[in-house]
Write a protein that binds this ligand. Structure first.
Ligand SMILES: [Zn+2]
Length: 92
């Protein structure tokens, strides 16, 4: 799928969040997340290194799991809503 190949290209340039990719491509975040998961899987299968810098809470520093690609609603630890979104990049 062309779009997924484009995703790999985008992520090879610099780390990006789901929101910033969605904004750039004019898509819904959940649509981007879905394709992103496929792109990550095929990139890894092709021998590329996928780097996920996990989402993080700005208030208490809580780090979310790397499977959390879309920005979480709030922090499970301090209930804060000011969160850094996960940044994904691919080294080809
Ligand atoms: Zn927190």
């Amino acid at each position: 799928m062309t779009f997924r190949r484009d995703l790999v290209k985008i992520l090879a340039v610099q780390p990006r969040s789901v929101s910033s990719i969605a904004r750039e491509l004019g898509l819904e975040r959940r649509d981007v997340e879905d394709d992103l998961r496929h792109a990550i899987r095929s990139a890894a299968a092709a021998g590329h290194t996928v780097i996920v810098e996990p989402a993080r809470c700005k208030q208490c520093g809580f780090v979310f799991g790397t499977d959390r690609l879309v920005k979480p609603g709030k922090c499970p630890q301090c209930k804060g809503t000011r969160l850094y979104e996960a940044q994904i990049s691919i080294r080809t």
